[in-house]
Design a protein around this ligand. Structure first.
Ligand code: OTU
Length: 625
């Protein structure tokens, strides 16, 4: 039945009176962007206005269901919108099962997180996954249910409350791009429901798929070649960018938009404070392109942001767009007239990959090119920096920085990948992921400790060098000016897990190398200064503590790259008084310091004029005069 109410009235109707005035104010502030972006996407449809009104009513209901503590959090965060850019924010990313067995087990690990100074916990997918192999939970069968193997919805609510009391915000994945082939939407489509079939991109024959394939890339060219999968019940080809059992959602259908924003806000009402928007680059398909970073994908994100700003303004959106450096800034939205904010946070995968590239090449050219290509961000936005995550280190994001267009660029990245696969006597113990040939790079897998040589170290000097390399990369992530995120196990120097090879359903995906179970025996060594783990743990904690003391290390504080006479050295200045001087090579190098006297925050040693940096050494210099 058509209602005569305006969109705003539909939004306010489900709300208690006490919340209406504020909701109306927020709606007024964000209405233009919200309406305009959705009209660009869906305005051509006859049912656009009634659909928009229904969406407002759904949002009103979700707003009304928001628990009082979270409404309170929304109000506080509105007063301090850049809270997550502070230098005392620290992230930690892990699988629930690997870290704590289940959600309650994660809660038991809170003391460990607090000891590290963690304020932001990213738990990899924990919603009910596809039965059988599920890409580590990235094939979601239900957005409304916690994976029964990991706990219940009540456990999730209890965990978010406990984390909040400990000053830790929970970040959850929201897999926007696809669902499992046994999600109710996919099952309904297979059973012939025409409305649900429209949730997906399906084709009767190979005509359109072949046309798209002409310009599409491949994410898992070996484990899951091609971007389309034939489904026997549908008798059609389904768009499957990732694994064949991950069906891409069709965002040209407004019902998909409604379903996914409601899924997000439903989880937010259970206490999730940050959403890692998985595979954001892929949301819109356009023939003749690689179907990544399309303008419509940005409009979708801008509309979602406007909704979050109205309904749950304490919530953050984080873009996981693993794309070339020049394509990254757009995920924060655009400023100025007609512009709109998008995500609060975005992964800086170019910075991450370039740090590893600098280690392999013993030269910081790539890294400096990435730093130079990284623009300052608007207030209340920040990068996410990291050393490792659960995925491979993808090299192709660095193509722009790797030299002039031509075969030398991929060849250079391929050399880096083969270094991390242990070629030519390298110290690294990793795997070249999904590489189709020696002159092309795709990704590299392995735990940080294995890639930096801790796994292969045969004597005390090799161990020492591996430790320095680990601290060097973490030092970059911690001092760059970002929200840094540790990856579970890296704080203890955990190495590769080779057990996946014995599982036929995982053997072709070496990302499982970096998904080991948390090692309690290493945890027990963290205060043992004679152990490798103890030295790493205390070294990291020292950097984390130094960072939190320096305003200049907040995400938004200015960063400058100083020229350095040796290509192996990165000289990253933060504000006028902090300098990270890092030697990415195995040789000692001499560096000229800027004017003034400096003290290394780690060792306390005072220096001025010229310093000599031993192999893979890093100084965190603070100006004393
Ligand atoms: C993301 O990854 C997740 O982080 C992966 O774990 C999932 O497999 C994937 O989505 C599908 O849900 O393209 O822009 O290893 O870097 O797949 C997002 C390749 C992605 C990943 C890539 C990535």
């Amino acid at each position: 039945m058509m209602s005569d109410l305006t969109p705003l009235e539909r939004l306010l109707e489900p709300l208690p009176t006490a919340l209406r005035a504020e909701a109306a104010r927020r709606y007024a502030r964000h209405e233009t962007v919200l309406f305009e972006r959705l009209a660009r996407l869906y305005g051509g449809r006859r049912d656009f206005l009634p659909w928009f009104c229904d969406l407002m009513e759904s949002l009103g209901r979700l707003h009304a269901a928001r628990p009082a503590v979270l409404l309170q959090l929304d109000a506080e965060r509105l007063l301090q919108p850049d809270w997550f850019a502070s230098q005392s924010m620290l992230g930690y990313s892990t699988y629930v099962q690997r870290f704590g067995g289940n959600l309650n087990g994660v809660a038991e690990r809170i003391p460990h997180l607090r000891e590290l100074g963690v304020t932001y916990l990213h738990l990899l997918p924990f919603l009910r996954p596809r039965a059988g192999e599920s890409d580590g939970g990235f094939a979601v069968a239900s957005f409304d249910e916690v994976d029964p193997e990991l706990g219940s919805n009540a456990d999730l609510e209890a965990l978010t409350a406990q984390l909040r009391e400990s000053g830790i915000s929970l970040c959850s994945d929201l897999i926007l791009n696809h669902v499992a082939d046994d999600h109710a939407w996919a099952l309904g489509a297979k059973q012939g429901d025409p409305l649900l079939r429209e949730f997906f991109h399906t084709y009767p024959d190979r005509d359109m798929p072949d046309r798209y394939e002409a310009t599409l890339g491949q994410i898992f060219p070996q484990a899951a070649p091609g971007n389309f999968t034939f489904d026997g019940s549908l008798q059609r080809w389904v768009w499957t960018t990732f694994y064949p059992y991950q069906w891409d959602l069709n965002y040209a259908n407004p019902a998909v938009f409604t379903a996914m924003i409601c899924a997000m806000l439903g989880l937010a009402n259970r206490g999730v404070e940050v959403f890692r928007l998985d595979s954001t680059a892929f949301l819109w398909k356009r023939e003749g392109t690689d179907c990544m970073n399309q303008p419509e994908a940005h409009w979708l994100l801008q509309a979602m942001r406007a909704i979050v700003d109205i309904v749950a303004p304490g919530v953050l959106m984080k873009a996981e767009a693993i794309v070339a450096t020049p394509k990254l800034p757009a995920y924060f939205g655009s400023e100025g007239n007609g512009g709109a904010p998008e995500c609060h946070i975005a992964y800086h995968s170019s910075l991450m990959a370039a740090g590893w590239g600098a280690l392999a090449e013993q030269n910081t050219d790539l890294l400096r090119a990435v730093v130079r290509a990284t623009p300052a961000l608007p207030p209340s936005a920040c990068w996410l920096s990291y050393v490792r995550c659960h995925d491979d280190i993808g090299w192709n994001v660095l193509l722009n920085e790797a030299g002039e267009n031509g075969p030398a660029r991929p060849a250079r990245l391929a050399r880096i990948a083969s270094f991390f696969a242990g070629a030519n006597g390298s110290y690294a113990r990793g795997d070249a992921f999904q590489s189709s040939s020696l002159d092309k790079a795709h990704g590299s897998n392995g735990m940080a400790a294995s890639l930096t040589g801790l796994e292969s170290a045969a004597d005390t000097q090799q161990t020492e060098f591996a430790l320095r390399r680990l601290l060097l990369l973490h030092g970059l992530a911690l001092s760059f000016g970002a929200l840094p995120m540790l990856y579970m196990g890296d704080e203890l120097g955990m190495t590769n897990d080779y057990s996946y090879i014995k599982r036929p359903d995982r053997a072709m995906d070496s990302r499982w190398l970096q998904r080991p179970p948390f090692d309690d025996s290493l945890l027990a060594l963290r205060h043992d200064s004679g152990s490798v783990t103890g030295r790493l743990f205390s070294g990291l904690r020292q950097l984390i503590a130094l960072r939190s003391r320096h305003d200049a290390l907040a995400a938004g504080a200015p960063r400058t790259l100083l020229p350095s006479s040796d290509g192996a050295v990165l000289a990253l200045m933060r504000g006028p008084d902090f300098l990270n001087l890092s030697n990415f090579s195995g040789d000692s190098v001499a560096c000229d310091l800027p004017e003034g006297r400096w003290r290394d925050g780690v060792s306390g040693v005072e220096v001025s004029g010229k310093v000599s940096l031993p192999p893979w050494a890093m100084l965190w210099l603070e100006r004393t005069v």
